[in-house]
Ligand binder design. Structure first.
Ligand code: NAD
Length: 448
C-alpha cells in the first residue's frame, strides 16, 4: 500500500465524475496485526463530524494512517480529500489511493475491510448496520451517537456488543462527556455522596433552528433528497429528540443508574408536537416528519425520576445542560452545592484535553495496551432510552421499557438494499408535505 499514490481532489473528481468509485481491492493484511505498530483507520461518513473525527484521531499522535473513506455523496468524499490534502502531516497520516475511496450505500463494507480501526460518523439510522459489520469483521470501532434509532436497532446493537466483547474489540462511542474531566469528576463526587441520595435529574437540549437543511432539486429522487435533508426524517436521524438530546439523557441515566451501563428507567410518559417547524416563520418550512418539542418524564422507581426537555424553535429559552437534585444538595453540570458547604465548581486544569480528542487517546491506549474499553453497552442503552421517550411523545401513551424494547416499531429499512432509486420508508403527501407520516399523539401506534 505504501507504493500507491495519494489521490488528489482533481484525480478523484475526474475518476468518479460524480458516480461510484472503483471497487477493486487488494486488501493488505493488517500491518498492526502483522507486527508493525501502525493502526490503519477507515472513515465511514465524511461529513462535518467525520472530517473532525479524523483530525481528532490524528491528534492522538500515535503511528496511524487513514487508509480508506466511504460516503454516499461524491461531494463529501471530495471535500474530505481536499481537507486532508491540506494537512501538514498528510504524508505520514493519510494514504487514500483512489481504489480506497468508496462511493455508494455499500461502500462502507469495502472501507471497513481495509482497516484495523473504523470511525463511523454516518447518519444515525445507518449506525447500527455499520457497527454490526465492523464488529463482524473484527475491527476496533468508534461509533457516533446515537447507536440506534429504533428497538430493532437496539436489539441488533446489543448482539453486536456481545460479539465485540467475545472478540476483545474496543468500542468507543460519540458520547464524549464520558471522557470529559469536568464530567468525570462531577459524577465521581455525586457517586461519593457529596449531595446525598439522588432524587432526580433534569436534562435539557433546548436550542434554536438547525442549520443542516437542504432544498429539493428538480427531478431529484426522493431517496436522494431525504439523504441530503436527513435531519428532519426520523428514519435517518431518529428525530432531534434522539439525535441531539441523547447526550443529556446519557448523563441523567449515568447518574440515576449509578454508573451501571445497563441501567434504564422502568417506564416513561411525555408530550410533544410540531408547532413552529411547519410555519413559514421557520423558513424553509418543508419540515420532514419530526417534532420540534418534547418533554418526557422517565420513572426509575417509585421515587426517582429523570425529566427531559428538548426543543428546536428559535427565539425561545435555551439550555443545553444537566441538573441533579440530591437529599443533601443539588448541582448543575459541572458544579455541586451541598446544602451546608460551599459550592464546588470544576477547576479547569491546563492539561485537560478536548473530550473529542481525549476519547481517541483513551481508545488508542486501550487498543495498544490490551485494555478493555467497551462503551457499546451504555451507548446502546441510552440510545434506547431516547427511543422510548420518542415513542411516548409521539403516541401520548405511557411506555414501559419492556414493551419499548420488545415491541417498539421498526422505522429503519434494515433488510433493504438501498440505492438512490429506492423508495424511502417515509413518502411525501400529494401536497409535498410529510404530514401523514408525522405522529399525532393519541393516534400514533408506537408498536409493530
Ligand atoms: N458527538 C458530537 O458532539 C456530535 C456532533 C455532531 C454530530 N454528531 C453525530 O455525527 C453523525 C454525523 O453528523 P454530521 O453533523 O457529520 O452530519 P453530516 O451530514 O455533515 O455528515 C454525515 C455524512 O455521512 C454520510 N453518510 C450518511 N449515510 C451514509 C452511508 N450509509 N454510507 C456512507 N456515508 C453515509 C453523508 O453523506 C454525510 O457526508 C451523526 O450521528 C451526529 O449525531 C455528533
Amino acid at each position: 500500500m505504501n507504493s500507491t499514490k495519494q489521490t488528489s481532489r482533481r484525480q478523484f473528481l475526474k475518476m468518479t465524475g460524480g458516480i461510484a468509485a472503483v471497487y477493486t481491492l487488494g486488501v493488505a493484511r493488517s500491518a498492526y496485526a502483522a507486527g508493525t505498530d501502525e493502526i490503519k483507520v477507515a472513515l465511514i461518513g465524511c461529513g462535518r463530524r467525520g472530517r473532525g473525527a479524523v483530525l481528532d484521531r490524528i491528534a492522538v499522535g500515535d503511528n496511524m494512517k487513514l487508509v480508506a473513506i466511504a460516503d454516499i455523496s461524491s461531494e463529501r468524499l471530495n471535500l474530505a480529500i481536499s481537507t486532508f490534502d491540506k494537512l501538514e502531516n498528510k504524508t505520514t497520516k493519510i494514504n487514500l489511493p483512489h481504489e480506497h475511496v468508496f462511493n455508494g450505500f455499500d461502500g462502507y463494507k469495502k472501507a471497513i475491510e481495509c482497516a484495523d480501526q473504523v470511525l463511523i460518523t454516518s447518519f444515525p439510522g445507518f449506525h447500527t448496520t455499520h457497527y454490526e459489520y465492523a464488529v463482524q469483521q473484527g475491527k476496533h470501532v468508534f461509533v457516533e451517537k446515537p447507536f440506534c434509532i429504533d428497538a430493532e436497532g437496539y436489539r441488533r446493537c446489543m448482539k453486536a456488543n456481545k460479539l465485540a466483547e467475545e472478540k476483545n474489540l474496543t468500542v468507543l462511542s460519540g458520547y464524549q462527556r464520558r471522557h470529559q474531566n469536568s464530567y468525570l469528576e462531577w459524577i465521581k463526587r455525586i457517586q461519593n455522596g457529596d449531595i446525598g441520595n439522588i432524587l432526580n435529574t433534569r436534562v435539557y437540549w433546548n436550542a434554536g433552528q438547525i442549520s443542516l437543511r437542504a432544498e429539493k432539486k428538480t427531478n431529484e429522487t426522493e431517496m436522494s433528497f431525504q439523504t441530503r435533508d436527513w435531519y428532519v426524517f426520523n428514519w435517518l436521524s431518529g428525530d432531534h429528540y434522539l439525535e441531539q438530546h441523547c447526550h443529556n439523557i446519557d448523563v441523567g441515566n449515568w447518574i440515576l443508574g449509578k454508573g451501571d451501563p445497563l441501567a434504564h428507567p422502568i417506564s416513561c410518559y411525555g408530550l410533544g408536537g410540531r408547532q413552529a417547524r411547519r410555519s413559514p416563520w421557520m423558513s424553509p418550512c418543508d419540515c420532514g416528519n419530526i417534532f420540534d418539542h418534547h418533554y418526557v418524564e422517565y420513572r426509575y422507581d417509585n421515587e426517582r425520576v429523570m425529566h427531559s426537555q428538548c426543543r428546536q424553535i428559535k427565539q425561545c429559552w435555551t439550555a443545553v445542560t444537566e441538573r441533579v437534585q440530591g437529599t443533601a444538595g443539588n448541582g448543575v453540570a459541572c458544579s455541586l452545592a451541598p446544602y451546608d458547604k460551599e459550592t464546588w465548581n470544576y477547576p479547569k486544569k491546563n492539561n485537560d484535553k478536548s473530550p473529542y480528542i481525549q476519547e481517541h487517546i483513551d481508545q488508542v491506549d486501550a487498543i495498544r495496551n490490551g485494555k478493555k474499553l467497551h462503551e457499546g453497552w451504555f451507548a446502546a442503552t441510552s440510545s434506547m432510552i431516547g427511543i422510548m421517550g420518542r415513542m411516548a411523545t409521539y403516541s401520548g401513551k405511557e411506555i414501559t421499557w419492556e414493551d419499548a424494547v420488545n415491541k417498539g416499531k421498526t422505522i429503519f429499512p434494515y433488510d433493504k438494499e438501498l440505492t438512490f432509486d429506492t423508495l424511502p420508508p417515509v413518502l411525501p403527501d400529494a401536497d409535498g408535505s410529510y404530514e401523514k407520516s408525522t405522529a399525532i399523539p393519541g393516534i400514533y401506534d408506537p408498536f409493530e
